[in-house]
Ligand binder design. Structure first.
Ligand code: AMP
Length: 425
C-alpha cells in the first residue's frame, strides 16, 4: 500500500512526496482511513511508529475540504501532549504536512512566555498543540475559545496520567463541543486510561493494539550484568566503543534521576566525552538548546530522565543505554523506542545490577523473550548472571503467536510455563 492509495487531498500528498514518505506505517495504514470517515479512534502506538502523521494527515485533509472562517481566539483542532518537546514536534509535523494548505499552528506550552502564545491566538488558529497546564490557564483567562473546535487529539494519554495531568485534561475536555471527533493515542493501555477514553470517545475504533511490542522487536536488545559501582565505567566503555565504530554515532542514556544524569555527565567530562543532560530542572530554552546540539551532532551523548525524553523524535539514535533499569516494562519499551525508529534497526543495552533482577525479569516477561547477555566488556559480573539464570532462567512463551521461545532449554517448555503462570497469580 502506498500513500496514493489513501484518498488524501493533493496538497497533502505533495507534502508527503517532498518528505519522501512512500509507504504508510502500520498505524497510518490502519488509522487514516478510519479517521477520514469521521470516526473516533483509540490508537495503541508509541512515538516512533509514525502516529503523528496518522492523526495529522486526516485532520489536515478535513481542514482542506471544509474550510472555516475562524474568529479571534478560536481553533479547529486541539492536540494535548504530556511534554513541551512532544508539543513542539507535533506542531512542526502539522506545519510540515500542511505547508501547501497554509495551515496555522500554535504551540501553547508552559515554561515559555505567554505573550507570544496569546498573540498567535488572536487571529484564530487551525491547530492548537498544548500541554494541559498552559492550555487550561489560557482557557480560564478566556484567551482561547473552543467554540469551533471539531477535533480533539490526546497524544500519549498514558503518560499524561503518569505525570499527574489528568484532572487538567478532563477540565479541558469538558469545554470542547460534544460533536467533535476524538482521537486518542497511547503506547500502553491500563484500566485508568481505558476508563477515561471510554468516557470521552463515541463508539471508537481501536487500531494496532500490539504496536508497542512490535516496535520493540525492531531493536537488538542486550542485558549487561554488572556491579553498581562499575556502571559509570561501563557507560564510558560503551561510548568509546561506539565512537570507534562510528565517530558520529548518537547515544541516548537513561538515568532514573536528575542527579544521576548530572553526575554521569560530570564523569564524561573527565574523559572528554561531549554530552548534555536533559531533565526537568532545566529551563525550556536550555532543553531546546540541548536537543538542538544533539540533533546537530555537536554532542554525541544525551543523558535523559524518562519524563524529559518522552516522545523525543531524534533521527539516527544508534544506541540506547539503560544506565538505570527502567521502573517497569512500559517505560522500557518507551525508552528503547527512541532507537530503531521508522523501520530502522537500533541497539539497546540494559544494565542490570544487584537489586534490579526482579524488575528486569518483569521486562523480559512482558516482551516474551530473553535478551542476549552482553559479556564482551571488562565489567561483566558473572556471579549475578548465574544468579539471575538460577532464579529466572526458564523459557518464556512469547505473548503473540509470531514469537518463539528464545533461550529455552530443551524440554523446559511445559514446566516453565506452569512456573510463570503460578508466579503471576
Ligand atoms: P512519530 O511516531 O510520529 O514520532 O514519527 C517518527 C518518525 O518517523 C518521524 O521522524 C517521522 O518523520 C517519520 N515518519 C512518519 N511516518 C513515516 C512514513 N510513512 N515514512 C517514513 N518516515 C515516516
Amino acid at each position: 500500500m502506498s500513500f496514493e492509495d489513501i484518498s488524501l487531498a493533493d496538497p497533502i500528498q505533495q507534502a508527503l512526496k517532498e518528505e519522501n514518505y512512500g509507504t504508510p506505517t502500520p498505524i497510518q495504514r490502519d488509522a487514516i482511513p478510519v479517521i477520514l470517515e469521521g470516526k473516533d479512534i483509540i490508537g495503541c502506538a508509541q512515538t516512533g511508529s509514525g502516529k503523528t502523521a496518522a492523526f495529522a494527515l486526516p485532520v489536515l485533509d478535513h481542514f482542506f475540504r471544509k474550510p472555516v472562517e475562524l474568529g479571534p481566539k478560536q481553533c479547529r483542532a486541539i492536540v494535548l501532549t504530556p511534554t513541551r518537546e512532544l508539543a513542539n514536534q507535533v506542531a512542526n509535523s502539522f506545519l510540515k504536512y500542511g505547508k501547501h494548505i497554509g495551515v496555522k499552528v500554535g504551540t501553547m506550552v508552559g515554561g515559555m512566555p505567554m505573550g507570544p502564545q496569546i498573540r498567535s491566538l488572536k487571529e484564530g488558529l487551525d491547530v492548537v498543540v498544548a500541554t494541559p497546564g498552559r492550555l487550561l490557564d489560557l482557557l480560564e483567562q478566556r484567551l482561547v475559545s473552543f467554540k469551533n473546535a471539531d477535533h480533539l487529539i490526546l497524544d500519549e494519554v498514558d503518560r499524561m496520567f503518569d505525570m499527574g495531568f489528568i484532572q487538567d485534561v478532563k477540565k479541558i475536555i469538558r469545554e470542547v463541543p460534544k460533536s467533535r471527533q476524538t482521537l486518542c493515542f497511547s503506547a500502553t493501555m491500563n484500566a485508568s486510561v481505558g476508563h477515561l477514553i471510554d468516557n470521552i470517545t463515541n463508539d471508537p475504533v481501536k487500531v494496532s493494539v500490539d504496536a508497542e511490542v512490535k516496535s520493540a522487536d525492531m531493536v537488538e536488545q542486550h542485558v549487561c550484568f554488572i556491579r553498581n559501582q562499575d556502571k559509570a565505567d561501563l557507560a564510558v566503555h560503551f561510548i568509546l566503543k561506539e565512537r570507534e565504530r562510528d565517530p558520529e554515532a548518537k547515544i541516548l542514556i537513561f538515568t532514573a534521576t536528575k542527579q544521576g544524569a548530572d553526575h554521569l555527565l560530570h564523569r564524561f567530562k573527565d574523559v572528554d566525552i561531549k554530552g548534555d543532560a536533559l531533565h526537568g530542572d532545566k529551563a525550556q530554552r536550555v532543553r531546546e538548546r540541548v536537543l538542538e546540539r544533539f540533533r546537530g551532532g555537536k554532542t554525541q551523548v544525551l543523558i535523559a530522565t524518562d519524563v524529559a525524553a518522552r516522545g523525543l523524535d531524534i533521527k539516527g539514535i544508534d544506541t540506547v543505554l539503560n544506565y538505570d533499569i527502567p521502573k517497569d516494562a512500559e517505560t522500557y519499551v518507551h525508552r528503547i523506542g527512541r532507537t530503531g525508529r521508522a523501520g530502522k534497526n537500533g541497539t539497546s543495552y540494559t544494565l542490570c545490577a544487584e537489586f534490579d533482577q526482579q524488575v528486569f525479569n518483569t521486562i523480559e516477561n512482558f516482551l516474551g523473550k530473553r535478551m542476549t547477555v552482553y559479556e564482551d566488556h571488562p565489567h561483566h559480573f558473572q556471579v549475578l548472571a548465574d544468579q539471575y539464570k538460577a532464579l529466572f532462567g526458564f523459557a518464556i512463551q512469547a505473548p503473540s503467536s509470531g514469537g518463539g521461545l528464545i533461550g529455552a532449554r530443551p524440554g523446559a517448555r511445559r514446566s516453565n510455563r506452569r512456573n510463570r503462570s503460578s508466579r503471576n497469580r
